[in-house]
Design a protein around this ligand. Structure first.
Ligand code: ZN
Length: 310
């Protein structure tokens, strides 16, 4: 794992569609100092306060992960969070001009590329992390979905999914490395069935969704995207990506061997909350009290370093 705290070297700005609202959002990412953590700030509502990317601030896990309340809330942030987790960026301000982070291509690759172009700055402070001291499991009532973590010296996740009728069963293990994240996990796109997209659009969701930001399956599991899949098991890779993004809301990386069976954002969050509240399961290494809002100065809205189109 990344041993030192990191941020980015230059501010960067990107615009893109929100998956559910369909509106175009601007996102500006700015460096923050040691101990700050990851923060989101809505810029379209002058009264909105910054919201820390923390499990304690999660307010919705249907379809995507959302933090904050009402006009402060920011959703669909898990792919950006996964990219930050994969690259070890632990201090960052993300200003968003609407209720969602741009979906870009539905994976974490564009975020990882943008962050690398902005430059990754290593800060002179060790990263805090959690070590797992004993096995811990959360399962749903019928045991169909479950998440387990066991003590281990490095992070790994063994993920299994089952979507009968289109994706079917897939299973993959990912042992963390930054290069492995960038090449094996980050490019995997979100996925859905065509009939579910139509249903969501009727309900005012996924209005920005399409073949340019999701893998869409038609009848009998046929992939409707003309370019096809990026990996044969792209779907389980994306579930690992989502899991990394959701797990990053623990604020410190959790070092352990995870087993994820048919999980999604709701189960990920249930597990995380139970894990962080369970006595004696996690030991904090390099403890460092995260600063609260106001413990550092938030960046002003000066023009950002604008990157050329990708
Ligand atoms: Zn996702």
């Amino acid at each position: 794992m990344h041993r030192y705290q990191k941020t980015i070297s230059h501010r960067l700005q990107i615009s893109g569609k929100g998956l559910h609202s369909g509106e175009t959002m601007d996102a500006v990412l700015s460096p923050l100092p040691i101990g700050s953590g990851i923060w989101f700030q809505r810029t379209d509502n002058p009264g909105a306060r910054p919201v820390r990317a923390s499990w304690e601030n999660v307010t919705d896990t249907r379809l995507a992960t959302t933090i904050g309340l009402a006009d402060e809330s920011v959703g669909t942030l898990e792919h950006l969070l996964a990219a930050l987790y994969g690259l070890g960026i632990s201090n960052l301000m993300i200003e968003v001009s609407g209720p969602e982070v741009p979906i870009l291509d539905g994976s974490a690759s564009p975020w990882a590329s943008l962050l690398k172009k902005a430059g990754i700055a290593t800060l002179q402070a060790p990263r805090s992390f959690y070590k797992v001291t004993r096995p811990f499991t959360v399962a749903d009532d019928d045991g169909c979905k479950s998440l387990t973590v066991e003590p281990a010296d490095r992070f790994s996740v063994d993920c299994e999914i089952d979507f009968p009728g289109y994706v079917g069963q897939q299973r993959r293990t990912f042992a963390f490395s930054q290069s492995g994240f960038v090449s094996e996990i980050a490019p995997a796109r979100t996925f859905c069935m065509e009939k579910d997209v139509e249903e969501m659009k009727r309900n005012g969701k996924a209005l920005g969704g399409g073949l340019d930001n999701a893998v869409v399956f038609g009848e009998n599991g046929r992939v409707l995207n003309p370019e096809g899949l990026r990996f044969k098991d792209e779907c389980v890779r994306h579930k690992i990506l989502d899991f990394l993004g959701d797990l990053s809301l623990a604020q410190f990386p959790v070092i352990g061997r995870f087993t994820a069976v048919r999980t999604g954002h709701t189960m990920n969050q249930r597990f995380l909350q139970a894990l962080l509240r369970a006595p004696g399961v996690l030991a904090t290494v390099n403890p460092m009290a995260p600063s609260k809002a106001g413990g550092f100065s938030f960046p002003s809205l000066t023009p950002a370093h604008v990157l050329p189109p990708m």
